[in-house]
Design a protein around this ligand. Structure first.
Ligand SMILES: *Cc1c(COP(=O)(O)O)cnc(C)c1O
Length: 393
């Protein structure tokens, strides 16, 4: 069966109310007919229902659909993408362990390693996101986990995930992958050797900028139980309403991503020609440093890309971005509305310092007509005046 079909068919059986959608049961307490079943309720923890915190029909149905799309056997829905990252770290790492994290990782994940895992006695090494097989020299006897994030947040480095997972497995380490950018439609991390696939469902899958959820998918029952246990110790529960909305988002995921990618290729292509733009970072564009790996490993993309602008004074960005008519200034991405987010990357990297001199902007292309977006951007760039622009035109 194709993913497009899988997106529309959830596993819902709520006899006799048979619907195409999964029912939303709001409940903390579940009730039991016998003392014996009540006392044995914990045996239902991994599969059945025992208490609202541990799962309900909407979370289980969404988890099943995500597991299938990721090519795994088991998924867990958690309150956010960041919770997905942290529950994996807390389930798989112990004091004294070492973890390898890509240098261009999602910034809050770096902060969690530096500010939280370190206090637990877990050591992190941030490795060059483009290391590929070269990562082998960074393993220690205590390395238990390697993260990949591909393409990377903001700067879109595409990682050689098969090479990195092979090196990790040679050294007895597990690999966790955050491949939210392409969604499972564009990249199934488990099929490329990862042991754990994380998604920020808040982005493309929810797709409407109106909820926060994350998922963790594996293809191994023991690993699933370790992660599910950690989520229980942390008390991570999810709202059935949010799960319902995320599942509704799945139904249009393929259509949205297709349209957003098509528009993004068009918008990014125009920006690449603009004298204020130094570089466009978007793996689907031929000429992008990650294009060859992207063609090899990915079956799709999304409408999220970044540009490095020609340097200018500190005050040049505000008139550009604050007066946009369609692009709104905001974090996150993957919704219906186009967004732009500026970043300061000086000092953000430790393995390979960021070299770009100008500001970096990340765009999330929404469902507006691409020509309107291009008009908005070209007008914005008129307000952005790098000092050397006159010479370069
Ligand atoms: C947004 C994001 C997350 C975190 O997701 P939240 O649901 O916002 O916590 C994790 N990884 C990547 C790559 C992201 O873009």
């Amino acid at each position: 069966m194709h993913d497009e079909t899988r997106l529309l068919h959830c596993d819902s059986d709520d006899e006799p109310f048979r619907a195409l959608t999964t029912p939303v049961h709001r409940a903390s307490t579940l009730v039991f007919p016998t003392v014996e079943e009540f006392l044995a309720r914990h045996s239902r923890f991994y599969d059945g229902y025992s208490y609202g915190l541990y799962g309900h029909p909407a979370s289980r149905s969404l988890a099943k659909q995500i597991a299938t799309l990721e090519g795994g056997s088991r998924a867990l829905i958690v309150p956010s993408g960041m919770a997905a990252i942290s529950v994996v770290n807390l389930a798989l790492l112990r004091p004294g362990d070492h973890v390898l994290i890509p240098d261009a990782v999602y910034a809050p994940a770096r902060a969690a390693a530096e500010g939280f895992l370190s206090a637990m006695g877990v050591t992190s090494t941030f490795y060059n996101s483009l290391a590929g097989v070269g990562i082998a020299e960074l393993f220690r006897s205590t390395t238990r986990l390697v993260w990949v994030e591909s393409p990377a947040s903001f700067t879109m480095e595409v990682q050689d995930v098969p090479a990195i997972t092979a090196a990790a497995h040679d050294h007895g380490a597990l690999v966790a992958a955050d491949c939210t950018w392409a969604s499972p439609l564009g990249f199934k991390a488990l099929r490329h050797g990862a042991d754990v696939a994380v998604q920020a469902l808040s982005k493309h899958i929810a797709g409407h900028s109106d909820l926060i959820l994350g998922s963790v998918t594996v293809d191994d029952e023991t690993l699933f139980r370790r992660i599910k246990d950690a989520s229980r110790y942390l008390g991570l529960g999810v709202s059935p309403d949010d799960c319902f909305l995320a599942q509704r988002g799945l139904g249009t995921l393929s259509t949205r991503l297709g349209r957003q990618t098509e528009s993004a290729v068009k918008v990014a292509g125009i920006l690449a020609e603009h004298p204020c733009v130094k570089q466009v970072l978007y793996p689907p564009l031929p000429g992008d440093p990650g294009h060859v790996l992207w063609c090899r490993d990915f079956t799709g993309a999304s409408g999220v890309f970044s540009v490095v602008l020609e340097p200018s004074g500190d005050t040049a960005l505000a008139p550009f971005l604050e007066q946009m008519r369609l692009f709104r200034l905001g974090a996150s991405w993957g919704g219906l509305h186009s967004l732009v987010a500026p970043a300061r990357l000086d000092g953000a990297r430790s393995a390979v310092p960021w070299q770009g001199a100008g500001p970096v902007l990340r765009f999330s292309i929404g469902l507006e007509h691409p020509d309107d977006l291009i008009d908005d951007l070209l007008a914005g760039l008129e307000r952005y005046r790098p000092p050397n622009r006159a010479a370069s035109i």
